[in-house]
Design a protein around this ligand. Structure first.
Ligand code: BTN
Length: 318
């Protein structure tokens, strides 16, 4: 109910008296006071002027389900949101929820993580209130070999969202890095549960360095704020990412992998570049040719052989 009161305050352009609030929401004045206090505790700045009433001055940039779902307008993704202040990793909570039959599209987000993880067992630095850290539960009915497309469509959705919100162009470094000005500002970690050859569910973990100071980040990483010199609303960014991932997810369900691959190619940072790839304790060098219909990377090795890679750590050579 306190969120109904918040909605009322958001919709008022000017002050609203406590009498009017209690009448409109059918609440006692005592309850109105209590809810206002609770909202202030969460971080909403609500001004009170005697004889005029209340006015919402500002909202906290907290990834509260109510804020994310406000005008989100998605069909599946974000219909259910679990919000945590500080946790180990959103991946672990999402995995437990998915095993407990949480619905498709459920999102687990945290303001900070103390054991945030990235690919290849790396740490994902997740300071509180600075970046966005969330895991999304998807239940696509696909064979196991199509699962990498989910990472690709997530990357495409994230880039599209960033490009809409910022005056920069984000690109993708295979398989899961999001770059701005050639520096990593985000990453995707995909974990899945499958039986025989079918996917049961996929957990897609997304971490973006939004307003994170560079001093807290690894040497080659950056943040959206640093690259754009703008302060970002984490809520608006999460909303836009959820909408854009949903768009590409539904497109994939309807039309298959092809339109995703095409979009991915346009955003790929590496096509035509000379690279070194570390995979399974081996290193190879060559030129990136393309991406295959199952999401694997095609590289022409210096020896002339064309190699298909499903995983690996890639560095661009100058
Ligand atoms: C990578 O680039 O290696 C992937 C990073 C993924 C980080 C996100 S943050 C939300 C979710 N929870 C985690 O512990 N990791 C992912």
């Amino acid at each position: 109910m306190k969120f109904k009161l918040l909605e009322l305050l958001k919709n008022c352009t000017s002050f609203i008296s406590k009498e009017e609030i209690s009448e409109r929401l059918n609440l006692s004045r005592q309850t109105v006071f209590r809810y206002i206090d609770q909202l202030r505790e969460i971080g909403y700045d609500i001004q009170l002027i005697p004889h005029l009433g209340y006015k919402l001055v500002s909202c906290p940039d907290r990834l509260l389900p109510f804020e994310i779902q406000d005008r989100l307008n998605t069909k599946v993704i974000g219909k259910k949101i679990y919000h945590y202040d500080l946790i180990g990793s959103t991946m672990d909570i999402a995995m437990k929820l998915a095993l407990d039959r949480a619905c498709e599209g459920a999102v687990v987000c945290a303001e900070g993580q103390i054991r945030g993880r990235g690919r290849l067992g790396r740490e994902w630095i997740s300071p509180k209130y600075k970046g966005v850290y969330f895991s999304l539960i998807l239940r696509p009915e696909i064979p196991l070999n199509q699962a990498p497309i989910i990472t690709l469509l997530t990357a495409v959705g994230i880039c599209q969202a960033i490009n809409k919100m910022a005056l920069v162009s984000a690109s993708i470094k295979w398989p899961n890095d999001i770059l701005v000005n050639n520096k990593k500002i985000g990453g995707i970690l995909t974990e899945l549960n499958a039986e025989q050859n079918r996917v049961n569910f996929i957990i897609v973990g997304i971490g973006i360095n939004v307003n994170t100071p560079r001093s807290l980040l690894p040497p080659n990483a950056s943040s959206l704020e640093f690259e754009t010199k703008e302060d970002f609303s984490r809520i608006e960014l999460v909303k836009e990412i959820l909408r854009d991932i949903e768009y590409f997810y539904l497109l994939f369900k309807k039309k298959g992998a092809q339109p995703i691959i095409e979009k991915w190619r346009q955003l790929s940072f590496l096509t035509g570049e000379r690279v070194e790839v570390a995979c399974q304790k081996k290193k190879l060098t060559g030129v990136v040719l393309d991406i295959d219909s199952d999401g694997s990377l095609l590289i022409r090795e210096d020896s002339g052989f064309i190699k298909r890679l499903t995983a690996g750590d890639i560095i661009r050579l100058r």
